[in-house]
Write a protein that binds this ligand. Structure first.
Ligand SMILES: Cc1cc2nc3c(=O)[nH]c(=O)nc-3n(C[C@H](O)[C@H](O)[C@H](O)COP(=O)(O)OP(=O)(O)OC[C@H]3O[C@@H](n4cnc5c(N)ncnc54)[C@H](O)[C@@H]3O)c2cc1C
Length: 443
């Protein structure tokens, strides 16, 4: 089975040229690759926030856990994301979730997402992971007058149905909050979430998991998987790992060939980020954007952005159908053009970094936590570009399940992961969605 993306998307030995890699406080501990035939209780495929939280929680429960990561720790989305630790992980709207699963289940799903944010904050405090970068809360900027009634209604839905203390900030009030863009017509303010340096978070997690007794092997892609009686054997480049249970925590980097039970069930999509050089306080004031609040605009193909502690603007967006290196300059130019349109005072300010990575969508636009092979294979996948908080908590939840301390989970998370109809057409579905939303987002 061939991959959906150009091989460059899976070049695990290629370092990620992110701002995070250039500025991380914590060094990569570079655990050695798996060598020879080894055994453990729980093998975890993927050394991102999901896999490492599973490993940490298992190790703390006294259960032997071994993470096998194809690249460096945090090489996947976990070490290269926008650092928004926020509500998210589904692409289905809250009204749609409540219509489909009922109010109690919808609210339980929201509650789990809020717990996930609190969990990450507590984890960082407990393990001394110094990665939090800014104030709590998030602003959804109305990018067009037509988006205003929708966001005003959303604010009302948040307070009246979801019990969130969100509020609508009209256009006249944006300047005093330092939230002015050339397009902004007002903003929906959510009190939830906080920004973090993702690579420091994931490296801090790996260190905490190691201290708790988990084993971690980097540079160890799983290329084969077979049953050994009741056990599983994962074959990596230089060795193999036998385990009673396997946790799949490979998110957007999951290849169809990894496990037949997951093939054709995820759509990996590119998300792209540029970071500017540090903007001086005068430059920030000239634009009217001085807030370090996490922000996104109201487009379906949204932009996400935030000022970093050193004054840089991080500016990201999904999009781009090709992961080939030759396509990178095109995507970078598009981001720079969008940035200049939104923040005209910064048009021409050079971007010092550009990078991108894969995030994972499912056919039902919901995240999924489930099992295969009689409960011996666990997975937590399909974060829809929002797995920092939920991936972290769900990794821990899987570990709790394995330790026999499972909690009750909301239905939107636990339905079986559906296959895409005619999975071979996934790139076409994406191209169509980008085309349609690109049009509808313009008004
Ligand atoms: C550019 C970008 C920006 C984003 N911004 C945000 C954001 O601001 N907030 C947010 O919440 N989410 C964001 N996301 C999504 C978020 O980063 C992910 O949802 C989250 O990190 C998923 O974590 P994970 O541990 O499940 O997977 P990942 O971090 O992707 O880790 C999966 C790992 O599995 C490894 N792997 C894959 N196959 C194998 C194999 N066969 N053998 C061994 N290892 C394997 C990969 O190398 C990878 O390191 C963003 C994603 C991208 C790409």
């Amino acid at each position: 089975m061939s991959d959906l993306h150009h091989p460059a998307a899976h070049a695990y030995d290629r370092p990620v040229a992110s701002l995070w890699a250039a500025s991380a406080r914590l060094a990569d501990q570079a655990p050695p690759a798996l060598e020879g035939d080894q055994a453990t209780e729980v093998a975890i495929i993927g050394g991102g926030v999901t896999g490492l939280n599973a490993a940490l929680t298992l190790a703390r429960a006294g259960i032997a856990a071994h993470v096998v990561e194809a690249g460096a720790i945090g090489w996947g989305a976990s070490g290269r994301n926008g650092g928004f630790c926020c509500l998210g992980s589904a692409k289905l709207s809250w009204p749609a979730i409540i219509r489909r699963f009922g109010r109690a289940e919808g609210l339980a799903f929201l509650d789990l997402q809020r717990q996930a944010i609190a969990y990450v904050r507590a984890l960082c405090a407990d393990h001394g992971i110094d990665c939090i970068q800014g104030p709590p809360g998030e602003a959804i900027i109305a990018h067009h007058r037509a988006a205003v009634p929708r966001l005003v209604a959303e604010a009302r839905f948040h307070t009246q149905v979801l019990g969130l203390a969100s509020r609508w900030l009209p256009r006249e009030a944006l300047a005093e909050r330092g939230l002015v863009t050339a397009q902004a017509q007002g903003a929906l303010l959510l009190p939830e979430g906080f920004p973090l340096q993702p690579l420091d978070y994931v490296r801090g997690l790996a260190a905490a998991a190691g201290r708790a007794g988990a084993t971690i092997s980097s540079g160890s892609p799983v290329t084969g998987w077979r049953r050994d009686g009741a056990r599983h054997r994962l074959v990596t480049g230089r060795g193999s790992l036998s385990a009673a249970r396997v946790v799949v925590a490979t998110a957007g980097y999951t290849r169809d060939r990894l496990h037949p039970g997951l093939a054709g069930r995820l759509l990996p999509v590119l998300s792209n980020i540029v970071a500017t050089r540090p903007l001086t306080p005068a430059e920030q004031a000239a634009q009217g954007w001085t807030s370090a609040t996490m922000a996104a605009d109201s487009r379906t193909l949204l932009h996400y952005f935030r000022l970093l502690p050193d004054g840089r603007l991080l500016f990201g967006a999904r999009g781009g159908l090709s992961a080939a290196p030759a396509a990178e300059p095109i995507t970078r130019a598009r981001l720079e053009r969008d940035l200049a349109r939104m923040f005209p005072a910064w048009a021409g300010v050079e971007t010092s970094h550009f990078w991108r990575g894969l995030t994972d969508l499912s056919a039902d636009r919901l995240p999924h936590l489930g099992t295969l092979e009689g409960g011996t294979v666990h997975y937590a996948l399909a974060w829809h570009g929002g797995g920092v908080a939920m991936g972290s908590l769900c990794g821990a939840v899987i570990a709790e399940q394995i330790a026999g301390r499972g909690r009750s989970l909301p239905q939107p998370l636990t339905r079986p992961l559906p296959a895409f109809p005619l999975p071979v057409l996934r790139p076409l579905y994406l191209a169509l969605a980008y085309g349609i939303f690109g049009l509808t987002d313009s008004f």
